[in-house]
Design a protein around this ligand. Sequence first.
Ligand SMILES: CC(C)(COP(=O)(O)OP(=O)(O)OC[C@H]1O[C@@H](n2cnc3c(N)ncnc32)[C@H](O)[C@@H]1OP(=O)(O)O)[C@@H](O)C(=O)NCCC(=O)NCCS
Length: 183
Amino acid sequence: MLRPDYPIRTARLVLRPFRPSDLDDVFAYRSLPDVTRYLHDEPYTRAQAAENLAKWIGQREITEEGQWLATAVTLDGRVIGEVDVTWRSEEHRQGEIGYIFNPAFQGKGYAREAAEVMLEIGFEGLGLHRIVAECEVRNEPSWRLMERLGMRREAHFRHHEFFKGEWADCFVYAMLAEEHRNH
Ligand SMILES: CC(C)(COP(=O)(O)OP(=O)(O)OC[C@H]1O[C@@H](n2cnc3c(N)ncnc32)[C@H](O)[C@@H]1OP(=O)(O)O)[C@@H](O)C(=O)NCCC(=O)NCCS
């Protein structure tokens, strides 16, 4: 069981659950093809953004494996991106993190600052032993962030998915709890 004590403040950001009033901010970046290029999602219409936002609003606690925390990353009250942590396996204490940011707020270290909170929640809050992150190999900003977070590249899967009309390769990165403590 994990129910983070929101809001979570970092040096520059405030992380909190999503709210209905976040729709404009979420639609602003989730509607951009550049943002969804390596995501399974396509650019959202406003209606799709509203539909997904409604689901994320409830995802503020984790009570069983398979669930994930949908977390809004805000700067001066505006949602600039999202981070998440998923409880993959209770028995094996495994989890996964993810992140998506508005391009206007990329290249400033904000994604790293917020993703570090997800690792902390995963290892300390959920008691995970290992956390993974995956991305398309061409998504260099994503795997470079994984490396900045101190995650190790564990796998390069060739053609693991027929993704948006072509075969795609995938990197798997991971971090163990003891590596997190020593990072
Ligand atoms: C993946 C993604 C979140 C990475 O975002 P990002 O802003 O590049 O990542 P960071 O927050 O670590 O920022 C790092 C950059 O900020 C720069 N930076 C500037 N000020 C900084 C500061 N105070 N602290 C740290 N870094 C800073 C770094 O130098 C680095 O720039 P560089 O890439 O030119 O070397 C972003 O590209 C994204 O949202 N992509 C679209 C969605 C997506 O594909 N998500 C991943 C799916 S697997």
